[in-house]
Design a protein around this ligand. Sequence first.
Ligand code: GRG
Length: 316
Amino acid sequence: MSAKTRPATSATPATTRANAPAPFDLPEFLAASTAAVNAALDHFLPRATTKPATIHKAMRYSLFAGGKRLRPALCFAAAAACGGTAAAALPLACAVECIHTYSLIHDDLPAMDNDDYRRGKLTNHKVFGEGIAILAGDALLTQAFEIAAQAEGWPRYSHRDLILEIAEASGSLQLIAGQVADLEGEGKKTSAAQLKYIHERKTSALLCCSARLGGMSANCTPAQLQALTDFGYHVGLAFQVIDDILDVTQTSEQLGKTAGKDLTAQKATYPRIIGLDKSRKIAKQLTAKAFAALQPFHGRAAALEALAHYLLERNK
Ligand code: GRG
């Protein structure tokens, strides 16, 4: 990472002029964070030629298909807010991206959402077949724990804490619970409360976990960890509301996946339940709550603020 995008340290000037906050270059931060995580994932994963080559090709195919790398960026940004380094957060940033990619591969399977396109490319099962796609997802899930185990330990957070954090966010009470409720809700009338339950687990849990892991990699205080939890929770919900909006307002080309899928599958979404205008309002309110959660950082969370704003305004 360049000096400009490196997490803030006490040597980082707080202002460029008196009373003016330092401008934060989010595109540069995202580019540096993506480059760092891509290089590290390439290092951590077995080569595509390693036997059995099919599975390693399939894992790499989806992992390097051009995802936005938002969860790693959140992890780095949270580490920076707590005075940590990108280097310490790197294995954890890679681990959450492996979990995320596994969930997308499985979500796209015929038994689930049955999607042909993801990240602008054919889905994993379309290229490698269903059996290998299931195994590639399984292998990425396992790989996440192998990578996380290679992180340093910190005085306040042991490897046990890191592993528990990732397991809980991706287990049957969170990520999987959200997917189960999503599957079971298809074609049924869903209340706003049920929808929130799905969003909290399917989307917010892993985004929240990414922010918390970044904080842990900086040996954050319990108060900072709580602030990151509140931030990640609200930003995660806002992210999913925007995702639902984009599904009905953007084209498949813009999204890199099949647009309008939620409507076709009769999925519960905010636009479907409360309409587009109210959905946009809710996304803004959630983002405001995420901003408010950053107060304990006293202006040292520029990357997190910029990310929350970007996630609200994104168009893909
Ligand atoms: C465990 C099978 C299984 C599923 C868990 C995560 C999930 C539930 C399903 C994946 C599909 C989905 C709509 C998830 C909600 C979160 C979300 C909007 C994911 C897309 O994240 P982006 O936009 O994707 O960050 P990229 O491709 O940019 O990384």
